[in-house]
Design a protein around this ligand. Structure first.
Ligand code: FAD
Length: 508
């Protein structure tokens, strides 16, 4: 699919968007929809970036870069799919919330029809891995999360999540059983090196919504948005340049006038959006910007979190589950598993195709692809004993240098806004300051946010494209509002006191 129709001529455009991942696609579509002429430049042969997919040459089946899940709480991503007419190509988890595999035992997590956070309470009480005292030890941190506000997130950002939880009195066992898994699965780093602020911000949302569902792409992940986005842009007269790299921003001093491409062409643009990961952007910014502006100097602090994702075609059906995860153990390889034969529509009769993620995969660095597959099949077999290497018909291993940036302590405060101090230059991407964990939702939200700001700078004031996330609900919502808005001076002081006591006296 070559969409490089620009010939050898220099290109003039209103806005050039560098990077055709979800953030760049969302930005480009948002602007195009509001009548701005857009040129989208992507160095790879297809759009999608870290959410791309392609056809496996051996089986003809779609494979993603690695399995991804959508959340029902992804309004900005769902808005993009809605625009492209593919929202119904998400297959939602319709029964329970999450199955945890503990050897052959399945620990099933359910959400109950109770106000948040009580919707997890029956599962929490019934979970026999921790005793009552250990479960109770999580109460203060839950109370803290219900009361905390964004300023608390930033205050906690300097501290590692393990130290924070221990100082809040959470038992070691409860941290091992619940928090270490959550941290690895959601924040993608071990708890000892995760920002306490980032983790607690996620926890507040987790205990603040009572109807979370997981969704999976029906087919290749990129097939839900990449070809449709390219088509929509091109049909609107915009340009999509694939297999084209931007090598530098043009213009002098603190002003950007467009970009220089690797084939020597120039794109002159009124506005330039860098929808790039932080490490790539770092290579492109001018040294004087790094010297002058914190936002560029800080780019070195965003470290990539590497993944290894496997796809294994078995000769038999192994389960009827769509998804499960292993209980956390630091020496395990894989975290989450998906059987595509139970996800993709029309694949119900097929044997299992199991895909999984090794998150923060440094422990797999010295392993060959064959060793990774053998170890992955062994982990699958602990839960599904009928799995064995004899039943493997085909496999694929994807080594991914960066799935997201590592939310190490200190990084939340360094996540930049989408505008920059450089004239006519904006940035977009999952790592910008969206208030969300780095994810597809964060990338899309960032893309809509940039489009909003660029439109405003062009005098096109229109309803916001970015969708604000719904506030927390239920009892969590009540605590949140109380902590923020309580009119009674004494009660406000009391809640502030609790917050301060929890965050400062016990933490520092
Ligand atoms: C295996 C895996 C599993 C994941 N699981 C989940 C999940 O379950 N749920 C979830 O929400 N998120 C998940 N993520 C994260 C999610 O994929 C990312 O957060 C999101 O795709 C990032 O989008 P982006 O547009 O910000 O960045 P990118 O996708 O990185 O886009 C940047 C683009 O810029 C291009 N580019 C780079 N340099 C240049 C240049 N010089 N010129 C032109 N183009 C350039 C790149 O090729 C790329 O296409 C996962 C990621 C991976 C890899």
């Amino acid at each position: 699919m070559s969409q490089n129709d620009a010939g050898d001529e220099a290109i003039e455009t209103d806005v050039v968007v560098v990077g055709g991942g979800l953030a760049g696609i969302t930005t480009a579509l948002g602007l195009a929809q509001r009548g701005v002429d857009v040129t989208l430049v992507e160095r790879q042969p297809r759009l999608g970036g870290r959410a791309q997919s392609w056809e496996d040459p051996t089986t003809g089946d779609p494979v993603h870069i690695g399995p991804h899940i959508f959340l029902s709480e992804y309004p900005n991503m769902l808005k993009l799919l809605d625009m492209l007419g593919t929202k119904d190509r998400i297959v939602w988890q319709d029964d329970h919330f999450l199955t945890l595999a503990d050897g052959e035992r399945a620990i099933v997590t359910e959400q109950w029809p109770l106000p948040a956070p009580l919707h997890f309470m029956p599962t929490f009480i019934l979970d026999d891995r921790a005793n009552f005292a250990e479960k109770l030890s999580n109460f203060p941190v839950t109370l803290y999360a219900m009361l905390m506000q964004e300023e608390d997130v930033l205050r906690l950002d300097g501290m590692n999540a393990y130290a924070f939880l221990r100082r809040m009195g959470v038992s070691r066992r409860f941290i091992e059983d619940f928090w270490s898994f959550t941290c690895m699965a959601i924040m993608n780093v071990p708890i000892e090196v995760c920002s306490a602020g980032a983790l607690m911000r996620f926890y507040k949302r987790f205990i603040g919504h009572s109807e979370f569902s997981f969704g999976f792409p029906d087919g290749g992940l990129g097939d839900l948005f990449a070809p449709q986005a390219a088509q929509m842009l091109q049909e609107g007269g915009h340009r999509v340049l694939l297999e084209t790299s931007v090598v530098e921003f043009t213009g002098a001093g603190e002003q950007v006038t467009g970009v220089l491409l690797d084939d020597g062409r120039r794109i002159t643009a009124k506005k330039t959006i860098a929808a790039l990961p932080p490490q790539t952007l770092r290579q492109m910014v001018r040294q004087e910007w790094v010297d002058e502006h914190r936002v560029f100097a800080d780019l070195v602090h965003f470290h990539p979190c590497p993944y290894v994702s496997s796809f294994i075609w078995f000769d038999r059906k192994l389960t009827d589950l769509k998804m499960w995860a292993r209980v956390h153990c630091p020496n395990d390889l894989n975290c989450d598993f998906y059987d595509l034969s139970n996800i993709h529509r029309g694949w119900e009769e097929r044997p299992s195709v199991i895909t999984s993620n090794i998150i923060y995969c440094k422990r797999a660095a010295g392993m060959s692809d064959e060793e990774i597959i053998e170890a992955t099949v062994a982990e699958i077999a602990e839960f599904l004993p009928r799995a064995s290497m004899d039943g493997v018909e085909h496999w694929v291993v994807n080594r991914i240098p960066m799935a997201i940036h590592c939310p190490f302590p200190g990084t939340e405060r360094k996540r930049p806004p989408v505008h920059t101090p450089i004239e006519n230059l904006w940035i977009a991407g999952d790592w910008t300051r969206t208030g969300l964990p780095s994810s597809m939702e964060s990338a899309c939200m960032s893309g809509w946010m940039v489009a909003d700001e660029v439109l405003e700078s062009m005098g096109k004031n229109q309803p916001s494209l970015a969708v604000e996330h719904a506030g927390v609900e239920g009892v969590t919502g009540l605590f949140d509002r109380t902590s923020n808005l309580m009119p009674g001076r004494n009660i406000r002081r009391l809640f502030k006191g609790v917050r301060r006591r929890l965050s400062e006296e016990r933490v520092s």
